[in-house]
Design a protein around this ligand. Sequence first.
Ligand code: SF4
Length: 378
Amino acid sequence: MDLSLYIHIPYCDSKCPYCDFNSHAVRRWPEARYVGALRRELEHAAARPEWRARVGTIFFGGGTPSLFSPRSIASLLETVAAAWTVDEAAEVTIETNPGTVDRAKLAGFREAGVNRISFGVQSFDDDLLVTLGRIHDGATAVRAVGDAQAAGFDDVNVDLIFAVPGQTVAGWRRDLDRAIALGTTHVSAYNLTFEEGTAFHAMRARGELRQLPEDVEVEMYEATGSALASAGFARYEISNYAKPGRQCRHNLAYWRLHPYLGVGAGAHSFAPDLRLRASNERGPEKYMTGVERRGDARATSEDLSASQLQGEFAFLGLRCLDGINASEFATRFGTSLTAAFPQCEAMRERGLLEETGGRWCLSRRGLMVADEVFATFV
Ligand code: SF4
């Protein structure tokens, strides 16, 4: 199995009020020092037997990786290429905030070896973008996507958010149509959640922000599927839609429980053969100091039990529309899926799961209550 590499850049221009990622709003970021730490951690990890495999995907995530210069991104890719064998057709993605790039910078990322770009657009509606605390407006997002395409990016994802207070179903349809009209190849459509610790969570608790009614959210959810399907996008995961052959291979590796190494502040790693899951220090300063002193900044390390791994294989696999392959489960775990999870049969009877040719997947009804189904596997 190929290895997937995740490289976390934790800095942002400002903190969006709904965001619970490990991201830190700063005026200036210690780019040279942080890149130095990433390079050192990459070299340190490459020497370890658990991460010796061909690299199939690389993903710069954040935070806002596009705050960094193309030179920094190129130097990280050079470090990876020097330490690992990288698949010639490796997918290399960078998450990009439209408000942080121009055409020259995008061309620089492409030249550095990035071949897939993911824009955190969220909406093209300027009022909603203000509600969401974003630093860009709709016109900037449109221009950034066009500039990326002009710079040679064929694989372009746009992230959108629905069920934002103040949003209408018609407005959401306009956002979807806009994303489609730009010639994107992938759309991630997330419904807004109010995570504890975020500004939105506190505002809702104080009555300053009203969540949209559930029936409106369901209407938006259904509009997503039909608008994207009629434009040639197939839904392949709960929130992800792609043109043929344009699925995100990096995220598929997570959902299929393949090995991944995460470097950077707060990044997680997973080595299935060793049943190992680990994470780094979350704070950028602690992370950099740890790596500078000893080559890594590991904060937690967990030995997973066989049943934990089986549960993760099942519920992560069910996130994908093509579901879980029962014979792959049996090969990986030495027991059958239905013996490990007798609830599969009960959920099939309730119409939440379907089984065809040895693959188990969520039914149309199951997709509507996916979290309830997943909870039974953990
Ligand atoms: S730009 Fe992205 S990572 Fe940064 S605060 Fe906003 S949502 Fe979070």
